[in-house]
Design a protein around this ligand. Sequence first.
Ligand SMILES: Nc1nc2c(ncn2[C@@H]2O[C@H](COP(=O)(O)OP(=O)(O)OP(=O)(O)O)[C@@H](O)[C@H]2O)c(=O)[nH]1
Ligand SMILES: [Mg+2]
Length: 442
Amino acid sequence: MDTIYALSSASGRAGVAVIRLSGPGAVAALRRMVVGELPPPREAGLRRLRHPETGVDLDQGLVLIFPAPRSFTGEDAAELHVHGGRAVVRSMLEALAFCAGLRPAEPGEFSRRAFEHGKLDLTAAEGLADLVNAETEAQRRQALRQLRGELGDLYERWRAALLRALAHMEAHIDFPEEDLPPDLAEQTKSTIGALSAEIAAHLQDKHRGERLRDGISVVILGPPNVGKSSLLNALAGRPVAIVAAKAGTTRDVIEVQLDLAGYPVTIADTAGLRDSEDEIESEGVRRAQARAGEADIKILMVDVADYQHVAAELSALADDDALFAINKCDLAAVPPQTRLCGRPAFAISARTGAGLDSLLAALREAVVERAGLTEAPVLTRQRHRQALEQCREALERALAAPGLELLAEDLRLAVRAIGRITGRVDVEDLLDVIFREFCIGK
Ligand SMILES: Nc1nc2c(ncn2[C@@H]2O[C@H](COP(=O)(O)OP(=O)(O)OP(=O)(O)O)[C@@H](O)[C@H]2O)c(=O)[nH]1
Ligand SMILES: [Mg+2]
């Protein structure tokens, strides 16, 4: 097994840079580079560091050694906390390359080794990648929960229950004359039925974990010139989109990422919906409509001058995911508690900022409803969903199976499907895909 090393902190100038090593040659490499004794395991020691061949002084920094198996990867591992100057880091990495058996790590290779040595299951490894990528508070909390194993534990509990049921069935098949409880098959079926229902409920999550991970998409839609781009600019706090008195100003979809009370939100401004002769504008309208179909939440915008007459193409979009914004309320008043097409409507002025607080509060509520953290852990990837669906299909087939052998066979498939999520069974094909999501040095 090679020994790998990488800069684990971000590249670029910094106060401190952390270089990690993992593998059987880690300690020997440090013996060649550290001046004096190595510090005892898991204790930081300030040491001078030198080039292993030339003996040239490179830096002084903290040296930490984590002998196997008590390390992140489960192998002998070490960390060097050196000064974060570009030349220092470069000279350290060059020096490490001189040590026999050492090579730079591939992206995700440290985590992959941790997985291979049983330190992390696949869901925890994914949680770690999400934690490194988390941009907002809610994303951070969801990722940390997954890293700590909440999701993996749930799936392992299900897998263990299925394995128990399978063992019972196999005993029944192999030793029919033994004194097994007569209603064993019935008991097993009721266990399977209960688990299948539990998995079905877990799958009915409206994609909240995936939404939180990817960001919740909000789209602003409405007729031309009502102030959609002005609202986007007001929410972003900067002039992202062009605002003009001419109808048909916005042609393309313009996006802004916001952190809305800890939730990652992408707000998209679109072309005003109308029939247009202009080829470019019509394409803009087509894109707006496509975006309306994909968005998690829609802000339907109308002008205060004629808000009572919502155009048919807009009212067709007024489903449970929509709320209305009546803009330009600096020009005329709107009665309180107004609703349009049965949906709540917020009187705002993108120009003065009036009413934006209430609109934002409603938006926040809609976001939390769709992506807020729940007591129970939620799945966060399509991969989890697919495996759970396969597991459930196998369980339903098992329940309908005409004989015990067939029941056992489907149960075996269900166990496998769920085992793939945590990485308990044949996942070689998945590993490259999963760990390539990581950055180098993680
Ligand atoms: N009085 C008033 N004018 C506004 C308000 N919001 C926007 N406007 C004006 O309305 C005009 C159109 O604004 P935009 O934000 O470009 O409207 P839009 O909906 O993006 O228009 P299209 O991109 O053409 O569909 C501009 O002249 C804005 O200055 C508002 O709250 N009050
Ligand atoms: Mg616009």
